[in-house]
Design a protein around this ligand. Sequence first.
Ligand code: MN
Length: 128
Amino acid sequence: MPVKILIAEDNLNNQKLLHDILHYHGYEVLMAENGKEAVRVAREERPDLICMDLQMPGIDGLTVIGMLRKDPVTKGIRIIAVTSLAMVGDREKALQAGADDYISKPFDTRELPLLIRKHLGGCEESYR
Ligand code: MN
């Protein structure tokens, strides 16, 4: 079964970049373009991991992380927060909210897959 990764990201260019990187590495990619959608897709699809942009319209990423961690259905999903380098303190806030790790924009196309592998542990058979 392919490993499912949800990309929660409102920016079209970042959506496409993240999608292409993860698809290339063999993951099944789900998309959500705002916080509300991210919560819905996380509950319905139970992805193995979520790349969570912190700055999204409506419900922001930090709030979404908190909501997912409080919900028994989604609390075990691994979450990598996607932060902007300019936002000092976001990384700490993301970890406090319950994110497992963080990565900064602009993305390093090699760093992200490595980080994902690290957090998926033994369930990355689809990686190639
Ligand atoms: Mn954003």
